[in-house]
Design a binder for this molecule. Sequence first.
Ligand code: UDP
Length: 330
Amino acid sequence: MIFSSGSSVDADFDDAAPLVAVTGGAGFLGSHLCDRLIADGCHVIVADNLSSGHIGNLQHLLEHPRFQFLRHDVTKPLPPVFGRATRFYNLACPASPHQYQRTPVDTTLASVLGVWHLLALAEQTGARVLQASTSEVYGDPLEHPQSESYRGHVNPIGPRACYDEGKRCAETLCFAYHLERDVAIRIARIFNTYGPRISAGDGRVISNFVMQALRDQPLTIYGDGEQTRSFCYVDDTIDGLRRLMDAEIEGPLNIGNEKEYTVLEVAEMVLRLTGSRSRLEFKHLPADDPARRCPDIARARSHLGWEPRVGLEDGLRETIAYARRQPVTT
Ligand code: UDP
């Protein structure tokens, strides 16, 4: 069912199943989380303004009796029905540098005001709030791998600041509400995640490489391609978030894959798995692009019993198969 913000939403929920709210539920991660929550028997209500998410990601859930979608901008107070949720997953924010750098004001406000409205509501209702934070809180890290105790190396006025500092402030607000007002919080620092449904125009490296390879276009390598990232398959990330929500630890906890790859290695793997004839094209490295990124997940291992299961090659096969099934666009 779809509602617009402002329409009267008073859903007929079955009290036997918990009501879980997902802000940003039409995004790549959010839509996979909704699938998982529905499979777990929850009622799910999504708020998303569709600025970077796509309703198509939720198409298969729209008629589900335990699912509702509300088009809503999280910088505004949530409609009353959200007061009935016992759990909030806050995923509402554009996450691709390509996207968030085009709307830095909206990106900052989505992080800061978005979580503020959730926390204020949770203070009244006793709901638990899981904040989707990010490896970007570590900036261009000087410690490697990054553990949760590392405080980061972030440029507060650079092109990535709207996302990095927005998410850092969101963590601050979560802990402020927890310490001063006893709100139950969980903070996940999510590292690069990929998988089916990552949008073709997303601009992130795996999306770009897969689409470029399938179209036999040059794979765009920014800089010399020696910078590293650690890529976590979406099912693993969602499993980590579900476990953290139910665990007795506020966090922050890193959720990511420890296996580190250079961008060049990813390009070569995508070419091999697609059988593409694309060549590599070297482009300018964006400002403040982190040189290395890799999570230390010891905390998630010990507190959640969680670790990633899907390796990059297997995950890329799934992602490529999904991309091949999509209608051809230019
Ligand atoms: N990158 C690249 N080519 C692309 C897109 C990204 O070489 O077409 C690089 C980018 O410069 C960065 C890494 O891949 O070093 C990961 O970028 P992405 O935008 O996926 O996410 P980030 O980890 O930077 O948020």
